[in-house]
Design a protein around this ligand. Structure first.
Ligand code: NAD
Ligand code: MLT
Length: 526
């Protein structure tokens, strides 16, 4: 596997990538044309906010499987294009939030007290104190737009300065406002009217881009001070310049611009704008955390493992992931059995979760089952990201159900794969978190611990069948590790599961298939 790093991440992160044994090429600030020329050779790309991962790049990126965004915002990545192609996008949403919050606060204070301007003034050997009179925070109202991870960190920190914090975020519960001791604003208008200071902390979306513009500044308090360390353009740049010139906005602290890098913005010409070149996440601590986290995520995603911070699939907390790991393995295994035993086109997949597993993140386990179902026929083109989309595109309905208990097992996952003419059933359970067992195939009961190589036979239930299969495998030098036989009615049909130590050739399968009484023989690779 080959990984291309196009923007700076911490050395510790590069070390993690290299230790994985994958080839790592670092080309910081790569020219766009060169990137388009070489991306076809890479399985993963690690970027920050400058590299644009869009349709143009995807068209050249034949082997791309993972985009690692070392940081939080993913507005430079075309997510739909990635999902369509089964490319996993991972980021590090938690790693730099404290740094970003602290930087927002730094900008707020620096702009309210003219610290950078005064610093430049004295360093030019001047001493005029009258020019830099600032404003206290105590008792003032801070309006936060977007009370997510960073917004809430800013809120709690600024309360310790004696600020009254209000926030506008229509997408979170009232409980969250209460938890942070923040007064909820029903509209952005209300926030604009009441705030002495405003700090924006939303992602850049169609809705938030330009959400504070000319109209909003018209109703803002005269002398309001604004901060944007989220994404360029959430506060419209032209409107901000005008509001500053008109004396509505007293000062602005800005870390992000619509176009970056940028050395020509009109904001740079205004004395009461304190501006930094997208430094919110640039601390030693954040960069170490971001670098190591993204490296581990990229390596894990390339190795086909579930990753906690995948953006275009259900996100899981590390603890949740730990809890469902065994079930993901079981789900994928149950799914993989179908197309190795049957060929019929699937119309519907019904998954029933019973017992302890029903309380967990089952939608992710369903993804694992779908991944398993399609893998034998689509190989590496299916993964956790696109498994549901593949099912949809193939017209397969996926239905989940849950029940609190199952009589026989503490937890049970039962999958019904429904085709035009029949239903294939496979079920399994997990013991001790990780020990997976297949316990039912089409009504035949087992207790099989799946291994990479297995043989599944359907045969007439009569003496001598096991012996004949054993003999033929012996002749072909295939070592049998375990064998289980199950039958429903004596003298009718039986089913055998054999775990073997190596691959079984088609020739051996044909020999077994020709034995009288063998109805079907399949080699399963799990
Ligand atoms: P988050 O997802 O935790 O929180 C974002 C919040 O915005 C959510 O609560 C959401 O409900 C809210 N929101 C979305 N649309 C809204 C709307 N129309 N009106 C009001 N609220 C809305 O994100 P976060 O981790 O706190 O990051 C916030 C921003 O900071 C992002 O834009 C991110 O890219 C940026 N960021 C910048 C830096 C930097 O270096 N300057 C570093 C890290 C993050
Ligand atoms: C982020 O979204 O994490 C920040 O913008 C920081 C960065 O791009 O490095």
């Amino acid at each position: 596997m080959k990984i291309l790093v196009t923007e700076r991440i911490a050395d510790k992160g590069i070390e993690v990538l290299k230790k994985s044994g994958m080839t790592v090429d670092v080309e910081l600030g790569i020219e766009r044309q060169r990137l388009l020329d070489i991306i076809k050779d890479y399985d993963a790309i690690v970027i920050r906010s400058v590299t644009k991962v869009n349709e143009e790049l995807y068209k050249h990126a034949r082997n791309l499987k993972v985009v690692g965004r070392a940081g939080n915002g993913v507005d430079n990545i075309d997510m739909e294009g990635a999902t369509k192609r089964g490319i996993i996008v991972v980021n590090t949403p938690e790693s730099n939030v404290v740094s970003a919050a602290e930087h927002s606060i730094g900008l707020l204070i620096a702009s309210a007290r003219n610290i950078p301007q005064a610093n430049a003034h004295i360093k030019n050997r001047n001493w005029d104190r009258s020019k830099f009179r600032g404003e206290e925070l105590l008792g003032k109202t801070l309006g936060i737009v977007g009370l997510g991870r960073i917004g809430s960190l800013v809120a709690t920190r600024m309360q310790s300065f004696g600020m009254k914090v209000i926030a506008y975020d229509p997408y979170i519960t009232d409980q969250r406002f209460e938890n942070f001791g923040v007064e909820k604003m029903e509209t952005l208008e209300d926030l604009m009217k009441r705030s002495d200071f405003i700090s924006v902390h939303t992602p850049k979306t169609e809705e938030t881009f330009g959400m504070i513009g000319e109209k909003e500044f018209k109703i803002a308090k005269k002398g309001v001070r604004v901060v944007n360390a989220a994404r360029g353009g959430i506060i419209n740049e032209e409107a901000l310049v005008k509001a500053i010139k008109d004396g509505i906005v007293a000062s602005a602290g800005i870390d992000v611009l619509v176009d970056e890098p940028n050395t020509t913005s009109p904001l740079l010409d205004l004395d009461n704008v304190v501006i930094t070149p997208h430094l919110g996440a640039d601390t030693v601590e954040a960069q170490d955390k971001v670098g190591v986290t993204i490296a581990n995520e990229v390596v894990n995603a390339l190795s086909g493992n579930m990753v906690p911070n995948a953006v275009n699939m259900p996100t899981l907390q590390r603890k949740e992931l730990e809890d469902i790991k065994g079930y993901l393995k079981l789900g994928e295994t149950l799914g993989k059995i179908y197309h190795q035993l049957e060929k019929d086109a699937i119309e519907k997949v019904e998954v029933n979760y019973a017992g302890a597993v029903a309380k967990l993140g089952t939608s992710t386990i369903t993804l694992a089952i779908l991944k398993g179902i399609f893998e034998p026929i689509l190989k590496e083109r299916v993964n956790y990201v696109n498994a549901r989309l593949i099912a949809k595109n193939r017209g397969i309905k996926v239905i989940e159900s849950k029940q609190a208990e199952n009589g026989n097992y503490n937890n049970l996952i039962k999958v019904n794969i429904i085709t035009k003419d029949k239903t294939f059933t496979v079920a399994g359970t997990v013991f001790n978190k990780n020990d997976i067992r297949v316990v039912d195939v089409n009504g035949f009961q087992f207790d099989v611990a799946p291994t990479p190589y297995m043989l599944v036979a359907n045969n007439v239930d009569r003496p001598g069948m096991i012996g004949q299969i054993g003999t033929l495998l012996g002749v072909s030098k295939i070592n049998i590790a375990t064998m289980q036989v199950s039958r429903n009615v004596q003298g009718e049909q039986a089913m055998m599961f054999l775990t073997v130590d190596s691959e079984v050739s088609q020739e051996t399968l044909d020999l077994i298939g020709n034995v009288e009484g063998i109805l079907k023989i399949n080699f399963l690779k799990l």
